[in-house]
Write a protein that binds this ligand. Structure first.
Ligand code: ZN
Length: 387
């Protein structure tokens, strides 16, 4: 056997030895060794390139279950040859180059550099196979359209919620959040909603078990916050709520609310009216007028519905406002003093107001969206209108 023919030797074994061990003593012997390594390298690359998996991926097809993506083998080849601690290039540096006689170092160094470059280039060609073009000599055609990467935007409901939050930030409110899965106590009892109230019916509420529900409103966070903090208190609670509604153009079993609560000394209904009037003008525009109508909610007394002048007809009367000139928007009221007993506030000292609004409803009115389902269908043709 020729002393420089090591082609049958295990490749990692080969690079574990010094050139002296291998019987290589001249430049021609060094070149021959590197030639053999290049041949082995090409074998590895060919095996991947000839695999069914690589061919499928190159044709843009999908792999079957149990097939291995060629990138796995490509990475194994990279580690075998270029691995920092146990790679072939590393062993050559340590075992061939370092102990070599001075007259061979230059040859080994050049061979090593060429080998490293060859490995990198071959791996790159596996990862990004050259595309077959009709006129290869022409190179890149810069007149072809480029790959357009679409940039995402915040969902329109998130934008609306952020906008609402910003307006209340300016009024000195802070944000509180609470769990979507809520106890019956916080969702109903502590909010003055008795056992026989229709809202507690199975038909209207998703029950996890007898004592746990998907919260039907964000109001439980009012109680949770009052338990935690002493007045003065000014918070808003943005979040999801759930009700057993059949989906239609105006109902969804999951929807978003922003709830607000202010508790302090000397808070009156005038403060509530002023706050919501300011908010609605900031959100919908300064020309909007507000109207408060008496209503009923279990946890506020007195309670009111807030209407805004119709955005579509300037309060002249149209189909959307049912010819009334007004659009029903949200509920509010002075916090029922009975609630303070649940959180140990002194009802003779403190008073406050609360309000709640549906984010979908506000967004539908502001942006002229006709169907609430559009918010949840993920259709980019709809979503991209709200950049
Ligand atoms: Zn109208």
């Amino acid at each position: 056997m020729n002393s420089s023919d090591h082609s049958s030797q295990n490749i990692t074994d080969l690079v574990q030895h010094t050139l002296e061990d291998l019987g290589v003593r001249d430049r021609a012997g060094v070149q021959e060794l590197f030639n053999q390594l290049e041949v082995r390298l090409q074998d590895y690359i060919r095996q991947i390139r000839d695999s069914d998996e690589f061919k499928k991926i190159s044709r843009g097809e999908t792999l079957e279950r149990g097939e291995r993506h060629p990138s796995v083998d490509t990475e194994a080849v990279r580690v075998l040859w270029l691995g920092r601690k146990q790679g072939i290039v590393r062993f050559i540096t340590d075992n061939w180059l370092a102990p070599a006689p001075p007259e061979l170092k230059r040859e080994i160094g050049q061979g090593l550099n060429a080998l490293r470059a060859s490995v990198e280039e071959k791996i790159a060609s596996l990862i990004n196979p050259p595309t077959v073009v009709n006129e290869p000599e022409q190179g890149i055609d810069i007149t072809l359209p480029g790959t357009r990467r679409t940039v995402g935007v915040r969902h329109i409901l998130r934008q609306a919620m952020d906008e609402i939050t910003e307006i209340f930030f300016a009024l000195g409110y802070s944000v509180e959040e609470g769990p979507d899965i809520e106890s019956v106590y916080y969702n109903f009892e502590a909010l003055n909603i008795p056992e026989d109230h229709p809202a507690r019916d199975d038909q209207d509420t998703f029950y996890i078990d007898a004592r746990t529900v998907l919260r039907t409103h964000t109001s439980p966070v009012q109680i949770r916050t009052m338990e935690k903090l002493q007045p003065p208190l000014r918070i808003i609670v943005p979040g999801r709520a759930y009700r057993r509604d059949t989906p239609d153009a105006t109902h969804s079993p999951m929807f978003h609310q922003v709830e607000g609560l202010a508790v302090d000394t000397h808070i009156t209904f005038a403060d509530l009216k002023g706050t919501l009037d300011y908010f609605l003008k900031a959100f919908f525009g300064p020309e909007v007028r507000t109207r408060f109508r008496p209503s009923f909610f279990p946890f506020t007394e007195p309670s009111a519905e807030v209407d805004i002048s119709c955005l579509f007809c300037g309060a002249q009367g149209c189909r959307i406002c049912k010819q009334s000139g007004w659009i029903e928007l949200m509920g509010c009221g002075m916090v029922d003093p009975a609630l303070y007993s649940y959180v140990h506030y002194d009802a003779s000292v403190y008073s406050g107001f609360a309000f709640g609004m549906g984010v979908e409803r506000l967004a539908m009115l502001k942006y002229g969206v006709q169907d609430i389902q559009l918010f949840f269908q993920g259709d980019v043709r709809f979503l991209r209108q709200f950049r």
